[in-house]
Design a protein around this ligand. Structure first.
Ligand code: C5P
Length: 297
């Protein structure tokens, strides 16, 4: 017997970042939107905890206990007093170290898969609590749709989405480390007053109306200057997407994946084609949003 869970990637349509807190984390106003690119996590009985991974980026995925999927299984097993004897297989389609919450997706997926496999019967509340312990973006991978994340991003308020948004994503030649991007944000902000992060009401209204033009006018990412500082070539990818007719072009989360909001499927195909031809990125994918959260298949 085995259980497979499908989990979406995310794009941050707003990422407002406050000053570093005493614990090193940053308070955020983080508007997550789940997009239809998925990892699948399969849990099957085994003698001991084992992780395998397949997919184009599989070689970059750690298979030890630093993997968020492993940490999820260990956390659930510890809470319920059982052995974490499970084989977790990750079918990876979300870019690794891309700012699209691929690792977080695997954590949420493994948690839900182990809960179902072991019959743990953990409540939604307990699952969300474990997710928050695993990482700031993991609770959102469980719930999907759209949500405002506050605190370090883990405290979620669901948001309404009134239509389908079309996106194109350009994956970069190399990854970026999230802690390094936050450190660069701190460095660039030295000597400046960093305002409290606040969610944008026009952006929340645009999501609720399903209005792509209004959303394009409202998207923002405070980590973008830091990501560009560490990875200046991303500017060329952003420019290529804009030139191809994207309504908005931004770095996804801490990057280096770049995200392009477009009007419709036809425009997505055109922007994707031109981005591929631009030679400024490794691969290009199209996806629609919102996508559901972690789901047992
Ligand atoms: O929570 P998570 O493990 O995903 O965070 C990864 C790293 O990103 C943290 O160790 C921290 O350096 C940075 N981070 C932050 N503020 C947040 C979220 C993450 O500084 N709100």
């Amino acid at each position: 017997m085995s259980v497979t869970v499908r989990v979406p990637a995310k794009v941050n349509v707003q990422l407002a970042v406050g000053a570093a807190r005493p614990d090193g984390f940053h308070d955020l106003a983080n508007v997550f939107l789940a997009v239809g690119l998925y990892d699948e996590v399969t849990a099957a009985p085994a003698d001991e905890l084992r992780i395998t991974c397949a997919g184009p980026d599989a070689a970059q995925v750690p298979l030890d206990r630093t993997n968020l999927a492993a940490r999820a299984a260990l956390a659930l097993a510890a809470r319920h007093g059982r052995e974490p004897a499970v084989h977790l297989h990750i079918a990876k389609d979300i870019p690794v170290a891309g700012g699209m919450a691929g690792g977080s997706a695997d954590g949420a997926g493994a948690l839900l898969a182990c809960d179902a496999l072991w019959g743990t019967g953990a409540s939604r509340e307990e699952l969300l609590e474990i997710c928050a312990e695993l990482g700031s973006d993991v609770p959102f991978s469980l719930v999907g749709g759209a949500a405002l994340g506050t605190g370090r991003g883990e405290r979620l308020t669901p948001l309404e989405v009134g239509g389908t948004f079309h996106w194109v994503f350009a994956m970069a030649e190399r990854g970026l480390s999230t802690p390094a991007v936050f450190r660069e944000f701190d460095r660039l902000g030295q000597g400046r007053e960093i305002p409290e992060p606040v969610a944008s009401q026009p952006l929340i209204d645009a999501l609720a109306k399903g209005d792509a033009d209004a959303l394009a006018a409202a998207v923002s990412n405070d980590l973008q200057p830091a990501a560009l500082s560490l990875f200046p070539e991303l500017d060329r990818t952003l420019a290529a997407g804009r030139a191809a007719g994207a309504l908005a072009a931004l770095v996804s989360g801490s990057g280096p994946t770049t995200a392009f909001l477009v009007r419709d499927a036809e425009s997505a195909a055109r922007v994707a084609r031109e981005l591929r031809a631009s030679g400024t990125c490794r691969t290009v994918r199209t996806a629609t949003a919102p996508a559901p959260g972690a789901t047992v298949l």
